[in-house]
Design a protein around this ligand. Structure first.
Ligand SMILES: Cc1cc2nc3c(=O)[nH]c(=O)nc-3n(C[C@H](O)[C@H](O)[C@H](O)COP(=O)(O)O)c2cc1C
Length: 315
């Protein structure tokens, strides 16, 4: 009768943190693709999601890059938004009170231009009702290291993680960059520094050229590739990282339907984030959630956790 029972979709993202991060289901929305969540609340019941991740928020508000900031590519898109955001004070003042009344956990994505600034943003969010956890966006260029991303260097990534873990009692998720040869190196470094969970991962560095103007399409020259084109790369990185660390992993990159999401779970992810897919179908996260539930019923699963890492087990 297993197929008749309602499968449990609940997962825990931060079992080792001072405060845990229980999710009613593993479907989250990715930072920067869902605004501050309140915009989509008019489109569907966002509280059905496992968790919402805010647009990456910095200490001061930012205007972002000049246009052109986005471009379409085969099976994906390029973006170089440049971290346009309202700043942490506005997040606390305007958004957090709304989140405090929601049952869905809201995770603040944060970023600093120095290690100290990351810790400062984290400290500002400490004890703010409505903020359930922090996700560190370490894919920004580090001016002190010649523009290299914070997340490309294990020592810098670990220093950011340690700084934030010391500044907060919230669970800390570190969002890794895929722009490295082997994601396991930074993954191990940030887990050792205290990360409670990892998100694998962000956009892949890319570009496009307009052959008429003979110039890069994107004003900032380089941009991040997201969408289905990214999925096989992200899936490979989740599989690798899941074999290297013991903390929960959130899979992110090109997830557009329930099959994609289940692949990430089977590669070892405890949850998934849906990003670009919501631009073509705002209901994608909910349809993915319903598809996962349907799959569990079809397969006679009592608990979603039965398939986490299933593709890793020896046949
Ligand atoms: C327009 C756009 C804006 C984004 N902004 C952020 C951001 O502010 N912070 C962040 O960590 N990731 C940001 N991302 C990356 C996404 O969260 C996600 O990691 C990436 O797009 C891969 O997932 P996807 O293929 O499902 O979109 C952004 C992506 C897009 C397309």
């Amino acid at each position: 009768m297993a197929a008749m029972t309602t499968p449990s979709l609940a997962v825990e993202l931060a079992p080792t943190a001072k405060r845990n991060l229980p999710l009613a289901n593993p479907v989250m929305v990715a930072s920067g693709t869902f605004g501050y969540g309140v915009e989509y609340a008019k489109v569907f019941d966002v509280q059905r999601l496992g968790a919402i991740v805010t647009k990456t928020t910095t200490l001061a508000p930012r205007r972002g890059n000049l246009p052109t900031r986005i471009a379409e590519t085969p099976s994906g898109m390029l973006n170089s938004i440049g971290l346009q955001n309202v700043g942490v004070a506005a997040l606390i003042r305007d958004m957090a009170p709304v989140y405090a009344a929601w049952r869905v956990p809201v995770i603040a994505s944060i970023l600093g231009s120095t290690v100290g600034e990351y810790a400062e943003v984290a400290a500002r969010l400490e004890g703010v009702p409505g903020i359930a956890a922090l996700e560190l966006n370490i894919s920004s260029p580090n001016a002190q290291r010649g523009g290299m991303e914070f997340g490309q260097d294990p020592e810098t990534a670990a220093a950011v993680t340690l700084g934030v873990v010391r500044a907060t009692t919230l669970p800390v998720i570190v969002k890794l960059t895929p722009n490295v040869a082997d994601p396991r190196v930074v993954a191990r470094a940030v887990v050792e520094a205290g990360a409670h969970a990892l998100c694998v991962g962000n956009t892949l560095q890319a570009m496009a050229i307009d052959i008429r103007s003979r110039r890069p399409v994107i004003a900032a020259t380089f941009a991040g590739l997201s969408g289905p084109a990214l999925k096989p790369v992200a899936l490979r990185q989740v599989y690798q990282v899941a074999g290297a660390v013991d903390v929960p992993i959130i899979g992110c990159g090109g997830i557009a339907n329930a099959t994609d999401a289940i692949e990430f779970l089977m590669a070892g992810a405890t949850a998934v984030q849906v990003g670009t897919a919501t631009f073509t179908n705002p209901l994608a996260p909910i349809e993915i959630l319903e598809g996962i539930e349907r799959f569990c019923r079809e397969q006679g699963l009592a608990d979603i956790r039965e398939i986490i890492g299933a593709a890793r087990a020896a046949p």
